[in-house]
Design a protein around this ligand. Structure first.
Ligand SMILES: [Zn+2]
Length: 818
């Protein structure tokens, strides 16, 4: 039963909250070809974007295999090019982006419980933070449930240190998992490593390398049925990784992929990874009869009238339902149902009158059922929650039937909608998912199932849809959103990091949002000892669902440096609500709602400052301007066009946001203006830029006042020791004395994309390094130029400032005040 539920989940992915997929005749034919292939392939790597979409698409669309990608992490630790979400929330976006990518290339998606905690250089470091045993368990479970015949690793298990530690770790775990499952039932036959010229110093070196145990595939085939080449599909799939800026251009024309055999036997022809594996219906005992029917449908497929195959398809459905093996039965049952639905032109939908409801709220639902074929179809019933409506309606040709149901209340056992892996607080390296059935799933599906029971040409088949919400958007037309269940009241701190530069009290704002009409109650805020919050409670009274009310408390910090975490409780109808609702809404993915305990961090700093006006040029979004405003700076967000001598004159310091140099190509043209500004006495603080994987460091010498080249060095251990190599530099003493203790409680890393080479006009300030590495001095470079200063820094202020890290504030203030 466990397995059945699992497969049911994955196959219905496309039905969740996206516009429903409606297949054309060509696509139905393509699905029938896939239905007639009994074999699967699993691709293994560590992050969203590691996967080779060309191969996933090739196996799915050319070979017609059941293809999947398991990304050990959800990519939580990366950077976000499209919005402010970081950490777990970024993982929520990347999960959706991968689902979108798979809906393009035809693969399925899995994730282990491993958390992407950020960069690690070697797999040993990765395994110190992940629970290696748990990740291995997940991978083993994934292989047992998905039953790949072939496993393909993106990364080489033999070359630790040459790539991200997570990458090598994924390959090592894949080998270990292969060894564990190989003596069990239905073991995978072969394990490959997907090598490429990228793994070699040069194309020539790769061309010369021994390929005697490689399978070579010309993966860039053209699919007349789909009107695209494999490379075009793969590029469109990859382009779904928008938060990483991974748009890709489609490639046409023959292109090889190389698979080096690691375990199992080498196919003789060295071309087909399934060689020697029976992938026809005769693979299973009941398959001969099923294959006879379905191969006939494939051979004689009627593109003008796919419904003409309904009798044969329902006949095959009945046979498939009798397959003994849970795995094949559930997989093929769901697949053929999808084909039957498409062939009959059936459209079934259950729509809620509201996007969200609460456990006590009421909502209405409407149902649509239409048969757009001449076949005999009866809607026997519609079941949802404990209800059963619409008894035995014949569905005539092309006539929609609508049903309505009013004042529905969600059953009490249904939990609030929230990504399942975020329901329990995670450890440093792992999500906590107690329910084993949920592990590896990209998300839960069909949280609110509605079952349409139909009689199609004499065969009873039920189809499950999820309750969804749709509306007409003036710009985009018909828009689907997930239907969700939320708490009656949600609370949040609009400013979730409060930084006190002195002991003057500050206002603490609390936003109370009612998701239910007539919400009345009180709000209280809790802080640690030494911090005074007033008043003790504030009443709220919100009339209408969706309205917000902002209440103001006053927080007085202690007189000495200290930290506290504030929490908030709204009490209404005798119940306490302490969760914040985060809505993640981008056009390219399904809207996501995340609930988490509302918290704010308050830090009392020992801080001196004197400057006022700072200009900030945003690159990829970061939260530094907000943080600086907290401690009393006046921040003006500027665009590249605003960089003129006249404009800059009003600012004492200009900060260039993370990766602005990468994301704003016009910025290069402003080098002269910025350097003139520095000469006149201003300070320019340039935060890190990214540089390519291969080749030379990025040369900023035309941008900075002196020679400066940026490499890829970083310090990922947030506790790495920091040596002061220039102890008399002003930045360490004015206006705040910086000491070792300022490098306590940093998060995730010290810094990234350090300078690699610099003119001796630049003075390095710190030296730092990860365990077993050589010291790096490029984290913070300061050049005096004219009357001012130019600073390049790879220090991860963009992570520390939003986190309220006290030492990072003090150091950044000193840079601003240079
Ligand atoms: Zn990666």
């Amino acid at each position: 039963m466990k397995l059945k539920a699992f497969l049911f989940f994955i196959i219905s992915i496309n039905l969740f909250a996206q516009a429903p997929k409606k297949l054309s005749s060509n696509q139905i034919y393509h699905e029938i070809q896939k239905l007639n292939f009994l074999g699967s392939v699993l691709y293994v790597a560590a992050h969203p974007d590691d996967e080779n979409t060309k191969l996933i698409s090739y196996f799915s669309n050319e070979v017609k295999a059941n293809s999947a990608y398991i990304s050990l992490t959800r990519g939580d630790g990366g950077q976000n090019l499209i919005g402010p979400e970081m950490g777990e929330l970024l993982g929520v976006i990347r999960t959706q982006e991968l689902l979108k990518a798979r809906s393009v290339d035809g693969g399925k998606q899995f994730f282990s419980r491993a958390y992407d905690f950020g960069f690690s250089k070697v797999p040993e470091e990765t395994f110190e933070i992940w629970d290696k045993q748990q990740v291995l368990e997940d991978l083993v479970q994934c292989i047992r449930d998905f039953r790949p015949d072939v496993i393909i690793n993106r990364f080489d298990h033999r070359t630790p240190g040459t790539t991200h530690g997570h990458h090598t770790a994924s390959a090592i775990l894949s080998l270990e998992a292969f060894e564990i499952v190989k003596n069990g039932p239905n073991p995978p036959r072969r394990l490959f490593y997907n090598t490429s010229p990228w793994a070699f110093p040069s194309q020539e070196a790769f061309d010369k390398a021994d390929k005697s145990n490689h399978v070579t595939i010309d993966a860039n085939v053209f699919y007349p049925i789909l009107g695209k080449s494999n490379g075009e599909i793969a590029a469109f799939s990859r382009s779904q990784h928008k938060c990483q800026g991974f748009g890709a251009i489609g490639i046409r024309g023959s292109e090889n992929e190389y698979l080096e055999l690691i375990k199992g036997d080498l196919p003789n022809g060295k071309k087909d990874v399934f060689e020697g594996i029976n992938t026809s219906w005769t693979r299973i005992p009941e398959g001969k009869a099923i294959g006879e029917v379905l191969e006939r449908v494939e051979k004689n497929f009627n593109f003008q009238n796919p419904a003409s195959h309904l009798k044969e398809l329902t006949q095959a459905y009945v046979l498939i339902k009798d397959i003994q093996d849970d795995y094949w039965r559930s997989q093929k049952v769901e697949h053929i149902k999808k084909i039957i639905l498409a062939c009959s032109g059936l459209y079934l939908e259950a729509v809620s009158s509201t996007e969200n409801t609460t456990k006590s709220g009421k909502f209405d639902m409407s149902f649509e059922a239409i048969n757009r074929s001449k076949s005999n179809i009866t809607l026997k019933e519609i079941r949802f929650f404990d209800k059963n409506i619409s008894k035995n309606h014949v569905l005539p040709y092309n006539k929609a039937l609508y049903f309505k149901e009013k004042d529905i209340v969600i059953p009490s056992n249904i939990e609030y909608s929230n990504p399942y892996w975020l329901k329990t607080e995670r450890t440093k390296g792992m999500f906590v998912v107690e329910n084993q059935k949920l592990r590896n799933l990209p998300q839960t599906e069909n949280d609110f199932p509605v079952t349409f029971v139909l009689d199609i040409e004499g065969t009873t088949i039920d189809f499950t849809k999820n309750i969804t919400y749709k509306f007409n958007s003036p710009e985009n037309g018909e828009t689907y959103r997930p239907f969700v269940v939320l708490p009656d009241v949600v609370v949040s701190f609009p400013n979730n990091v409060l930084v006190f530069g002195d002991d003057k009290p500050k206002e603490v704002l609390v936003k109370v949002k009612a998701l239910q009409n007539n919400s009345k109650g009180t709000v209280t805020v809790q802080a640690a000892k030494g911090w005074t919050i007033a008043p003790a409670e504030i009443p709220f009274d919100i009339q209408r669902k969706g309205e917000e009310s902002i209440v103001k408390f006053t927080l007085t910090p202690p007189s000495k440096p200290d930290n506290t975490t504030l929490s908030v409780v709204a009490q209404t109808n005798g119940k306490n609500y302490d969760q914040e609702l985060i809505e993640i809404d981008y056009e390219h993915i399904s809207k996501q709602t995340v609930l988490k305990k509302a918290q704010a961090k308050a830090t009392r700093l020992d801080l001196k400052k004197s400057k006022q006006n700072i200009a900030y040029l945003m690159g990829a979004t970061d939260e530094i301007p907000k943080g600086l405003e907290q401690i009393g700076y006046s921040i003006q967000l500027i665009s590249v066009d605003d960089i003129t001598a006249e404009n800059l004159a009003q600012f004492e310091t200009v900060m260039i946001g993370i990766r602005a140099y990468n994301t704003l190509p016009e910025l290069k043209l402003k080098a002269r203006v910025l350097n003139q500004y520095v000469e006149n006495g201003g300070t320019v603080i340039m935060q890190y830029i990214t540089t390519g994987y291969r080749g030379k460091p990025t040369d900023l010498s035309d941008f900075a006042p002196y020679m400066l080249k940026i490499g890829r060095e970083r310090v990922t251990e947030e506790e790495a020791e920091v040596a002061f190599i220039n102890p008399n530099h002003k930045v360490l003493s004015y206006p705040n004395k910086i000491t070792q203790s300022d490098f306590n409680h940093w998060i995730q890393e010290r810094g990234l994309y350090f300078a690699a080479q610099w003119s001796n006009k630049f003075e390095p300030v710190f030296s730092m390094h990860d365990t077993n590495e050589s010291p790096k001095e490029g984290a913070l470079l300061i050049a005096k130029h004219g009357k001012g200063h130019f600073v390049y820094t790879g220090i991860s202020f963009f992570r520390q400032i939003p986190n309220g890290t006290d030492g990072a504030y003090r150091l950044l203030v000193n840079l601003i005040e240079l």
